[in-house]
Design a protein around this ligand. Structure first.
Ligand code: HEC
Length: 390
């Protein structure tokens, strides 16, 4: 799988080039006195983290960032003190290889939940939150679709999905920036009308530096949003299971942290395809990795090809009742809610429903009409559209 997509997108905050800075390997134990007595037995939960990546992580104890505060809460839930291995540049495969897979830490919070990330070498917890690109604009000129962007100057980050997405739309003037900070700055200086940048950072900056002056509209679609989780080396199944067991008790904590760090929580608009061009124009293979797919483990071949084949089947057949691109205002048949509705059982429910139908309720059976592969493709496509549960 090409690495480019994720690497590019994650440069929204720390840049890939930072990965060449050697690990600082500072282990800071936050062991509370209570842990000292049994220090021989209780090993700290070691988290790899970037010391300068707010709103996600920071070595500033008074403002540690979303991921680190969540890590502290996790440590508490597991009865283990938390230690940090600071490593500049949080994301990127090289970082993960050196730190997590190099056994310098036990877990990394906030990795993209996708098999495409590192293949089977990395395993994941259940989903934490959905993160996405957002459209930031003045409150009285809020934009919520690609059409709204026409005639506007839009700040996009170099080599990001939004840059790619808007590249072919001549009616939109692009202002290229190198970071979300710069995107907010050109917006604030009146050099752009809209900033199409990484949401958590935009929300955080809007809250802390811009007095919540700007309206934020979240987006979703291939390469625009992804689900983050805790990542572990594949040998850490036991720890992963412990974390999964602890996560449900941390829902309130997570909601509190989302508010504290200003992460956007609005309902996203879907940006899979612009009105004026075919979807493929915006999604060259390297950009179309289905990063967004939750529960990827159950889909053998969730490739961009599978997603796009599934979309074709869907819009050709299922869309008559479930809406084109699954946009459907009647909740009962809104298939973007499958994940929210069924969670871990989503796959099974889908499979049973499409195979057997629910004839008494108006849902036909499709097993005679489509092959399992086609139904799998539709599933892969639907996964890219799921409404986040936060
Ligand atoms: C003729 C209309 C119609 C078509 C065409 C149709 N469905 Fe449905 N589908 C329904 C209805 C109505 C329901 C809700 C049944 C119920 O209330 O339990 C449903 C429910 C579902 C559900 C379960 C939703 C849930 O939340 O429980 C899935 C999954 C589903 N459809 C998938 C598909 C797929 C995939 C296709 C295309 C291959 C498709 N449907 C085509 C009418 C349709």
């Amino acid at each position: 799988m090409p690495a480019t997509h994720l690497d590019k997108r994650t440069t929204s905050r720390t840049t890939w080039t930072h990965a060449s800075i050697p690990t600082l390997a500072v282990i800071l134990s936050l062991a509370a006195p209570a842990f000292r007595a049994g220090a021989d037995e209780i090993k700290p939960l070691r988290l790899c983290a970037d010391p300068t990546n707010l709103p996600f992580s920071s070595d500033n104890a008074s403002m540690p960032g979303f991921y680190l505060e969540l890590g502290q809460a996790l440590g508490k839930a597991l009865g283990r003190p938390v230690a940090y291995n600071w490593y500049k540049s949080y994301f990127g495969k090289r970082t993960v290889r050196v730190t997590l897979l190099g056994k310098q830490c036990d877990a990394m919070i906030g990795l993209p939940l996708s098999e495409d990330f590192m293949g089977p070498a990395v395993i994941f917890s259940k989903p934490l939150i959905t993160e996405a690109y957002v459209l930031v604009s003045a409150k009285d000129g809020k934009v919520s679709s690609i059409d709204d962007l026409k005639g506007k100057r839009v700040a996009v980050q170099f080599l990001s999905t939004p840059q790619n997405l808007l590249a072919q739309l001549d009616e939109i003037e692009k202002v290229t920036v190198l970071s979300p900070e710069e995107g907010m700055k050109v917006l604030d200086q009146g050099k752009a009308d809209v900033a199409f940048i990484w949401g958590p950072v935009a929300g955080w900056l809007n809250k802390t530096e811009y007095g919540d002056r700007y309206a934020i509209q979240s987006t979703e679609g291939l390469g625009l949003s992804w689900i983050s989780a805790v990542g572990f080396a594949k040998t850490s199944i036991e720890l992963r299971d412990q974390v999964d067991a602890a996560l449900p008790s941390l829902e309130t904590t997570i909601a509190g942290l989302i508010a504290k760090y200003g992460f956007p929580t609005d309902r996203p608009v879907k940006f899979n395809a612009a009105p004026t061009a075919t979807k493929h124009a915006f999604l060259p293979a390297s950009q179309a990795l289905p990063i967004v797919l939750a529960q990827l483990t159950t889909v053998a071949a969730a490739t961009p090809e599978a997603v796009s084949a599934g979309r074709e089947v869907f819009n050709g057949t299922c869309a008559h009742c479930h809406g084109p691109d699954a946009v459907q205002s009647e909740r009962r048949i809104d298939l973007r809610l499958l994940n929210r509705r069924y969670g871990d059982d989503m796959r099974e429910t889908y499979w049973k429903t499409v195979h057997e139908g629910r004839p008494s309720k108006g849902m036909p059976a499709w097993n005679e009409v489509f092959t399992d592969e086609q139904l799998d493709n539709v599933y892969a496509y639907l996964l890219t559209l799921q409404t986040p549960s936060n």
